[in-house]
Design a protein around this ligand. Structure first.
Ligand SMILES: *Cc1c(COP(=O)(O)O)cnc(C)c1O
Length: 363
């Protein structure tokens, strides 16, 4: 029976993103999971991620099988004790997911909600912490809420947390490697991210950058597979993974990290995504398609736009899907989302624009 072939799709999504041909090609090899070659690949990835993170040598990189959520779960379940008290800043879907994880593990937590389209307000946070009598030990938040495409003010939040003596754990899954963060806050415990967002690797491996001494604190074990401490110990003992490593995905990740560095690092990648977004928005404007989130809150990763007048999301996305183009729905009424991250270029954006124009004109 012939294999069904699926064409390569153009992904204007928040991730998994399009990856380069060289990243995909790097994955086309078999390597034994307990070999010298595999240990070398793992170590190179750990070192590259640490240097990209701009964090000090107080932090270690712990790799984890699975997508970003797996590392967020590992981070929360491994680094918070049962007598800690957590404040979660709710600013959208992914911070709600952090709250779900805390509920499942029985981690005592309180939710402080913010307007999703405005993001976290550090002044409001400061006021809340000034007035509360709850003995919070930790603060959790999401750097870039991907559902609407809203950047939370990382530095200002960290400053408030520092003032109130709170340890901080951040979901940086969609922002890592693209949005700048101040890395010198002593209260930053850990950040989690994954291979398949702005790093442009394949899906299936993620990581936590965690302060060494926090990782070493003795805590009651809640999980076997998600145990960051055990995972880290294994890497340090013999450079091996506790359980089967996602070999091919790791080969792809090493290549993606090398390409990230070759491209010039964070600022260059940011500029490339930013140029694509500016080009896209200039053309979208001509079709009365506009960004709906305030400019100061946006980033060139994924953005929410008004649908073209007279066009609904289902017909637009279905027509685009027939051309192997993927855009995303929005939970905001009358809107949809277009990403400008990943291994895409201006001619890919032209392809998208051409197809959108066809839908509008009904050709
Ligand atoms: C993508 C993403 C995640 C992880 O989602 P997965 O489906 O596990 O890849 C977590 N947080 C944010 C902010 C994200 O954008």
């Amino acid at each position: 029976m012939p294999l069904e072939t699926v064409d390569n799709q153009l992904l204007f999504t928040p991730g998994p993103l399009n990856t380069s041909a060289t990243v995909k090609a790097a994955a086309m090899r078999d390597i034994g999971s307990r070999t010298f070659a595999m240990r070398e690949v793992t170590n190179e990835i750990i070192d590259l991620l640490h240097s990209i993170s701009e964090l000090s040598s107080d932090y270690s990189t712990v790799l984890m099988q699975g997508s970003g959520t797996f590392s967020v779960e590992a981070m929360l379940s491994s680094l918070i004790s049962e007598n800690d008290h957590v404040l979660i800043l709710i600013s959208g879907d992914y911070s709600t997911r952090m709250a779900d994880i805390c509920s499942i593990y029985g981690i005592p937590h309180h939710l402080e909600e913010f307007d999703e389209s405005e993001g976290i307000c550090p002044e409001k946070l400061k006021e809340f912490l000034g007035n509360t009598s709850e003995p919070f030990s930790h603060l959790l938040f999401v750097h870039y809420e991907t559902a609407l495409g809203v950047v939370n003010p990382y530095d200002a939040i960290m400053e408030v947390a520092f003032e109130f003596n709170l340890k901080v754990l951040v979901d940086c899954v969609s922002s890592f490697g693209l949005l700048p963060v101040c890395t010198t806050f002593p209260n930053l415990v850990a950040i989690a991210s994954s291979a398949n967002k702005c790093i442009q690797g394949l899906t299936g491996v993620s990581f936590v950058l965690v302060k060494h001494n926090e990782l070493m604190i003795e805590r009651k074990k809640r999980t076997l597979s998600f145990d960051l401490k055990a995972q880290s110990k294994a890497f340090m003992a013999n450079g091996e993974w506790r359980f089967s490593p996602p070999v091919q995905i790791l080969l792809g990740l090493r290549q993606a990290l090398q390409e990230y560095v070759q491209e010039g690092g964070r600022e260059y990648r940011y500029q490339r995504y930013q140029n694509l977004r500016e080009y896209l928005e200039l053309k979208l404007k001509k079709h009365d398609i506009f960004p709906v989130i305030k400019a100061r809150l946006r980033a060139p990763i994924i953005n929410t736009y008004s649908l073209p007048p007279g066009v609904d999301y289902i017909s637009l996305s279905t027509a685009l899907a027939k051309r192997n183009i993927v855009v995303y729905a929005s939970k905001q009424k009358g809107c949809f989302r277009i990403g400008t991250a990943g291994d895409i270029n201006q001619s890919d954006v032209d392809t998208l624009l051409h197809e959108i124009e066809c839908v509008i004109k009904g050709c």
